[in-house]
Ligand binder design. Sequence first.
Ligand code: ADP
Ligand code: MG
Length: 354
Amino acid sequence: MTDSGTAPMEMDHSNGDAVTLSSQLPWVEKYRPNRLEDLVAQDDIVNSITNLIDNDNLPHLLLYGPPGTGKTSTIVAAAKRMYGPSKYSSMTLELNASDARGIDVVRNEIKEFAGTKQLFSKGVKLIILDEADAMTSDAQFALRRVIEKYAKNARFCLICNYVSKIIPALQSRCTRFRFAPLSPDQIQGRLQYVAKQENVNLTENGVQAILALSGGDMRRVLNLLQSTAMSNSSDGNGENIVVDENAVYLTSGAPLPSDMSNILLWLMNESFRDASQKITELCASKGYALADVLEHLTAKLATLELDAAPLARLLDGMSQVECRLASSASSEEKIQTASLVGVFVETRQLIEMT
Ligand SMILES: Nc1ncnc2c1ncn2[C@@H]1O[C@H](COP(=O)(O)OP(=O)(O)O)[C@@H](O)[C@H]1O
Ligand SMILES: [Mg+2]
């Protein structure tokens, strides 16, 4: 373990090392925080884990929360702090728990790794099990015994999206940390930093567009920035590119806010025939999927001042259309568009009657 307070000597990727390689790296990897203190957000978690490491007192961990919030980055940075850059790879085992090869292979790998003594280094090893919530409960029970068996030589870190899918017997053996979606403020700083490093001209409305589409997921933020920059640059290296609202929405395939406003306007005011036709034409010309339109329509509806009853009716109708779209039974977009318009026209009549 490193002395308390001193971070291991680590090169920060974002400071321009490995220039030749880094231009091909996806930005999510290139800008993965290397040290615990580089993580934006999750301050409490980072502080707790740093203390536990520095006191040489790391328990088994369970990190959970939505994707792109820094779970993997946190434990990898923690491991680098614990072991230092040279010993890090020999002391850490990263496994994907959802691996199709099953618990037996996982168990053998753990056995081989945790069972072998390191000749010149002391301290416990770290075993990271990503996507632990994809394990069956039988596999989780088996894992519980594995954890007990190797508790002397190794610490386990389970990572998952849904903590409710982890059996209580495993949960109770771990210290749990919940990762929250990143707030717009936290995303914005990192986003602008990366854009600057990559010479991307990110406009203010481009920032807002990426934030609106991100859902607090930093991985999605960086991927969206990179794909927008790449797809709008002639030589494909993403430099000196303007990333604005239009480019972001175009790349992501999500409907532009102005188009969504029009769709809502038509749904609330036009006749059944006109609204159906206009929406079908717009979706065809811009290449929007009705499923995406529905998703953004839900958020748009919240901006209207509707009474509870008609609002509930609209949402119920929309969810039925969405369900039919998702099932292969009737995914014909034209019919479902008409069905969506029908929901609105019916609800409008209801409002007028009362
Ligand atoms: N808290 C954070 N601070 C800075 N970057 C982050 C943070 N969370 C995620 N990222 C970025 O998103 C990418 C994915 O993060 P990761 O830790 O793999 O997320 P998770 O494991 O929670 O799905 C990282 O490479 C990093 O670039
Ligand atoms: Mg992860």
